[in-house]
Design a protein around this ligand. Structure first.
Ligand code: NI
Length: 181
């Protein structure tokens, strides 16, 4: 199915709390998930949330083997996550550079919890939970935020650690990932 247009920061749909899914394994839901995966792959993303293609439901897909956008990130299994909950298993956060398909060309230095447990449902209504760390934990927090109407620039500690990719290579070298104070 066609790749969908990705809406960008500023669009009011990105600031709404998305609705819960109540019916699983429907043709509409299966189609939505296919569209999300196709759009994510076509844009080189590692994750995408339904509100980003204009569908305000608690649905996100993510996962990759190797990412050009995040060359140092360890792989994350291909996942469909619906109606998620996230529990933080540590108070420790780490700052790292993050981007978003809704802020093309931009990166920001964002604190995220390093160790979480998340749970939710797949497209068939099957419940699952996982305990994860590192980039996987960061990715889930980013996608979960989308479903709560939050974008990563709202998580920045310092606005000057935010900018266009081609302008911030020096900044990115200076601020490698590190534990957040
Ligand atoms: Ni995003």
């Amino acid at each position: 199915m066609p790749v969908q247009p990705v809406i960008k920061m500023g669009n009011p749909l990105l600031y709404q709390v998305a609705k819960s899914v109540t019916e699983f394994n429907t043709p509409e839901l299966i189609q939505l998930i296919e569209d999300l995966f196709n759009t994510m792959r076509a844009t080189g993303g590692v994750g995408i949330a339904a509100p980003q293609i204009g569908v305000s439901y608690q649905v996100t897909v993510f996962g990759f083997e190797k990412s050009l956008r995040y060359p140092h990130a360890e792989s994350v299994p291909q996942t469909v996550l619906i109606n998620p909950t996230v529990e933080f298993l540590t108070s420790q956060m780490e700052d790292d550079w993050e981007g978003c398909l809704s802020t093309p060309g931009l990166r920001g230095f964002v604190p995220r919890y390093t160790h979480i447990r998340y749970s939710g449902y797949d497209q068939f209504g099957e419940f699952f939970q996982r305990e994860v760390q590192g980039f996987h934990a960061r990715l889930v927090q980013h996608e979960y935020d989308h479903l709560q109407g939050k974008l990563y620039p709202m998580r920045l500690k310092e606005l000057h650690h935010f900018g266009f990719e081609e302008e911030i290579s020096e900044l990115m070298k200076k601020h490698a990932p590190h534990p957040s104070e």
